[in-house]
Design a protein. Structure first.
Length: 286
């Protein structure tokens, strides 16, 4: 028995199977004929062990990031089906997400969360997952302003101060943005302050792991949507989706080629970057 997979991205299964290794068991099409139906895919014939390995990779990729949910969502998920497994303030939904994994929901003093996990994992691993999230919730960095830089444009008779904004965490300064202050236009200054406030709010919402400059408010939910709809991520700058800036942060920016929807995220955490690199294996990229 052979299975047809798409090597351009990992999924939770295969496209079809071929008992004779040549023709699809259901449509009797060859792999070349199937390629016409899936123009983005790079099809290959593999054995069951390869399908199983890629399925595990997919489950790891979709399970790395937690999604913040509401209390209503948490209660509804608990009541809709008997839990697959549960404990104090956590449970696995009774319906599987994939071959090996189930939706995993838990709550803390500050919020409700949903992820994807194998329900057979050890209880200590579950406790560690919840503890790690609680530690993120207790992160409260200090927001600081740097020394303003004056820019003068004589031809426009315009004088602007650019103030660097940082947050301090674990003894390190992390750059957020420049706050422009037009010394002759107070209305523009209010718009600039509102923009910086939105960035800081985004940072706090994501526990200072990353912030949203443009696009979907949840980076991993955006990637999940693109994956489900078989869309393609395309770069904007210098032909790359990821831009490493002096080991201080990583910019993840581009657009969805089918819709033109732009996205721009700034990542400060190595763990979040590792999660992103895994998640990107589930989508098509230019």
């Amino acid at each position: 028995m052979k299975y047809v997979i798409d090597t351009n991205k990992i999924t939770g299964g295969c496209i079809t199977q071929m008992s004779d290794g040549v023709h699809c068991d259901y449509t009797h099409k060859t792999i070349d004929e199937l390629s016409q139906k899936y123009p983005k895919a790079k099809l290959a014939l593999v054995g069951f062990s390869q399908v199983e390995r890629r399925c595990r990779m997919y489950e790891k990729a979709v399970g790395v990031a937690l999604e913040r949910i509401t209390a209503e969502h948490y209660d509804e998920a608990f009541d809709c089906l008997p839990p697959r497994r549960y404990g104090r303030d956590w449970f696995f939904v009774g319906e599987p997400y994939s071959v090996h994994c189930y939706p995993f929901l838990f709550r803390t003093r500050h919020g409700y969360y949903r992820g994807i996990q194998d329900p057979t994992i050890d209880i200590q691993e579950i406790i560690s997952l919840i503890k790690a999230q609680k530690e993120l919730e207790n992160i409260h960095p200090i927001i600081r302003h740097g020394q303003p830089i004056l820019e003068v444009k004589a031809t426009q008779r315009k004088r602007t101060n650019f103030t660097p904004i940082f947050f301090e965490m674990n003894g390190q300064r992390h750059y957020i943005c420049m706050l422009p202050t037009d010394l002759g236009n107070k209305d523009r200054n209010k718009d600039a302050r509102d923009w910086v406030a939105r960035l800081i709010y985004s940072l706090r919402a994501h526990f200072y792991q990353y912030m949203v400059l443009e696009g979907n408010k949840d980076m991993f939910r955006m990637i999940q949507k693109v994956s489900q709809e078989d869309q393609t991520l395309a770069p904007i700058k210098k032909g790359k989706l990821l831009h490493f800036v002096k080991r201080i942060y990583v910019d993840f920016c581009g657009y969805v080629s089918e819709t033109g929807e732009r996205f721009y995220y700034r990542i400060y955490s190595r763990d979040t970057l590792s999660q992103l690199l895994l998640a990107l294996k589930t989508v098509y990229r230019q």
